[in-house]
Design a protein around this ligand. Structure first.
Ligand code: FES
Length: 137
């Protein structure tokens, strides 16, 4: 199937090197993560309808590996290769975003607004990943 694709998944591949205090997704394995998404999509016969692309910094560096899925505009953080099957099978195939990995609460109408201008605090064990609405703006 030629473009436009049904969905686009972007994985941040920004690399600031190992000593940068901001961190970066490439230092957390995002290149392997993107390859894992591509392999898993191809293995499910989805490689021509759902595109996994590399992206530059998505401004969630401390919470990488950062991934965003369009057209829904769902942002994921701390994504690892172990999360790939769940994101593909729940979100990309069944349109049910994986809440435990979401960075921002869904907005009215099912879509999120623009990324916040600050990074949310990492969630404590057993708490929601969603920052409060006031923090997300
Ligand atoms: S380095 Fe990946 S979000 Fe900034």
């Amino acid at each position: 199937m030629p473009p436009p694709f049904k969905k686009h998944l972007f994985v941040c591949l920004n690399d600031r090197g190992p000593d940068n205090p901001r961190g970066s997704c490439a230092q957390k394995g995002s290149e392997s993560l993107l390859k894992a998404f591509k392999r898993a999509l191809d293995a499910r016969g989805l490689g021509e309808s759902i595109r996994a692309n590399k992206a530059g910094c998505l401004d969630n560096c401390a919470l990488g590996c950062s991934v965003v899925v369009y057209p829904e505009g769902v942002w994921y953080g701390r994504v690892t290769e172990a999360d790939v099957p769940e994101i593909i099978e729940q979100h990309l195939m069944r349109d049910r975003p994986v809440d435990r990995l979401r960075l921002y609460a869904p907005q009215e109408g099912g879509q999120q607004t623009a990324a916040p201008d600050r990074e949310p605090e990492p969630p404590s064990e057993g708490t929601s990943r969603f920052p409060s609405a006031s923090k997300a703006r």
